[in-house]
Design a protein around this ligand. Structure first.
Ligand code: GLN
Length: 197
């Protein structure tokens, strides 16, 4: 048996409770992260959706910015979390913190101008059943760097991508019963652990 993974969820604003619930269902030791020392001993971290400017300000206020940059485990960002992790955000507010841990450029509220929220089925790997995905005032991914692997698209645009130990989704996998994206993140975290040990 593998050791249970320890995954923290950034719990300053947004959908952190829903992520904690999914991790609990998967048998992960899940904890809330509000202070830098709460990252100690974790194998992975989720940065949830919510409001990226609010999360960014609180990350700064709680002195988590450099701690997250220095964190070596797997990191999964959904929606606002994806915006924070991106190299750059088009239409971001001036001074919005950008952790720059994945080589993608995102556009905030890209779908939000026409329709604030929608649900759709995404194709994952060939042959597997479709993944129901909830988009809420979602950003889209404008461009990806050469090291970024595209795992799902919507209307031709990447919406689930991975670069090494960093996974990001434009949608909210914590709001549906399908746990495949969190399971994929657990795999990313395990790979990151084995690289470090
Ligand atoms: N529109 C939000 C932002 O820019 C993200 C929405 C979400 O996380 N559901 O921060």
């Amino acid at each position: 048996m593998d050791q249970p993974l320890r995954i923290g969820v950034l719990a300053v604003q947004g959908n952190f409770r829903e992520h904690l619930a999914v991790l609990g269902r998967l048998g992960v030791e899940a904890s809330e992260v509000r202070k830098p020392h709460q990252l100690d001993g974790l194998d992975g971290l989720i940065i949830p959706g919510g409001e990226s400017t609010a999360i960014g300000k609180l990350v700064r206020a709680y002195e988590l910015e450099s701690a997250i940059r220095a964190f070596e485990g797997g990191i999964f960002g959904t929606c606002a979390g994806m915006i924070l992790l991106a190299r750059d955000a088009v239409d971001g507010l001036p001074g919005q913190p950008q952790l720059g841990l994945i080589d993608i450029v995102v556009r905030r509220n890209a779908y939000g101008r026409q329709v604030h929220s929608f649900e759709t089925d995404l194709e994952l790997a060939a042959g597997s059943r479709p993944l129901r995905a909830v988009f809420i005032r979602a950003p889209w991914i404008e461009s990806v760097g050469p090291g970024v692997e595209i795992l799902a698209r919507h209307d031709g645009r990447p919406v689930l991508v991975r670069e090494g130990r960093i996974l990001v989704a434009a949608f909210h996998p914590e709001l549906t019963d399908d746990t495949r994206v969190h399971e994929l993140f657990c795999k990313v975290v395990r790979e990151a652990v084995s690289v470090r040990t």
